[in-house]
Design a binder for this molecule. Structure first.
Ligand SMILES: Cc1cc2nc3c(=O)[nH]c(=O)nc-3n(C[C@H](O)[C@H](O)[C@H](O)COP(=O)(O)OP(=O)(O)OC[C@H]3O[C@@H](n4cnc5c(N)ncnc54)[C@H](O)[C@@H]3O)c2cc1C
Length: 249
């Protein structure tokens, strides 16, 4: 019986990131998609020219739909994002079920790369108060240095353990159990404007939000980048979302 020899390839050096990235890789999404879907109820089928000939009317209709929570016209569009973020962000992200499709990189079929999350200088580190009523503050330099050093050391140790198991011939799907949730992963996430608005209402903090939410900062960083892409594609819908307290219709 023959077995594959252990890999002799040197492991990539451990890398640290403090950012997340969101690329808009595919889209079919515009304000006219909303008008087209909404106007079928009163005017039947209309051409794009007919639909968009009166900008004030378009703006007013979109605002009315969001204000009165007529949500389905915001579902006839699609945006696919490629997101690179730590696993703990994806764990929160995938709780959003309605109107979302996900495909994430596999830890069974490929060797996971040693890229780990460290909080950047802007990330407030210390929580004060009680759950449901707390705030985050910056923390001291000593706290920051201790956090960064402990996280980096733990990441390096766990990745060395992962490599040790792979070198001993253990399957990737078993060896990955040593890796922490600060490891970066990547996924495609596809949504529509309605499901994105629901996500943004919960996963961003915003002065215009009628119902405040208190998301973890790292998923909010993803949300902010998705929102910037979406606002360019559907400016009227985005403006109406803000004008109506950032509550999804
Ligand atoms: C600040 C914050 C803290 C959180 N803390 C925790 C936590 O401690 N523990 C935890 O487990 N989760 C936590 N969550 C996750 C939260 O409970 C939701 O799972 C997540 O926000 C997704 O929201 P959603 O279900 O409304 O979204 P989606 O799953 O996208 O659903 C969208 C909407 O569709 C409808 N819907 C979807 N599925 C059903 C269903 N099965 N039945 C009826 N209606 C449905 C609902 O109206 C829902 O609002 C937290 C979320 C936030 C924003």
């Amino acid at each position: 019986m023959s077995t594959d020899p252990p890999s002799t390839e040197a492991a990539a050096p451990v890398r640290f990131r403090e950012d997340v990235t969101v690329d808009l890789v595919k889209h079919s999404a515009s304000d006219s998609d909303v008008l087209w879907a909404a106007r079928v109820s009163t005017a039947g089928e209309q051409s794009l020219e007919e639909l968009t000939k009166d900008p004030d009317r378009s703006k007013g209709l979109i605002n009315f739909l969001i204000r009165d929570r007529h949500g389905s016209p915001f579902e006839h569009n699609s945006m696919t994002f490629f997101i690179s973020a730590p696993i703990f962000v994806f764990r929160e992200f995938m709780r959003h079920r309605a109107g979302w499709s996900y495909n994430e990189e596999s830890g069974r079929y490929r060797e996971l790369q040693p890229v780990f999350y460290l909080p950047g200088a802007e990330r407030k580190l210390v929580q004060q108060g009680r759950p449901g009523k707390y705030e985050f503050v910056q923390g001291t330099d000593e706290q920051r240095q201790a956090a960064l050093a402990v996280m980096a050391e733990s990441y390096e140790r766990s990745y060395a353990a992962y490599q040790e198991m792979l070198a001993a011939g253990v399957a990737r799907e078993v060896a990955r159990a040593t890796l922490p949730v600060g490891l970066f992963s990547s996924m495609y996430a596809t949504c529509n404007a309605r499901s994105l608005m629901h996500f943004l209402g919960l996963r961003t903090q915003h002065e215009l939000a009628r119902i405040p939410s208190f998301p973890q900062r790292e998923i909010e960083m993803v949300g902010e980048q998705m929102e910037a892409h979406w606002a360019k594609l559907m400016p009227l819908t985005h403006a109406a979302f803000n004008a109506n307290g950032r509550v999804a219709p």
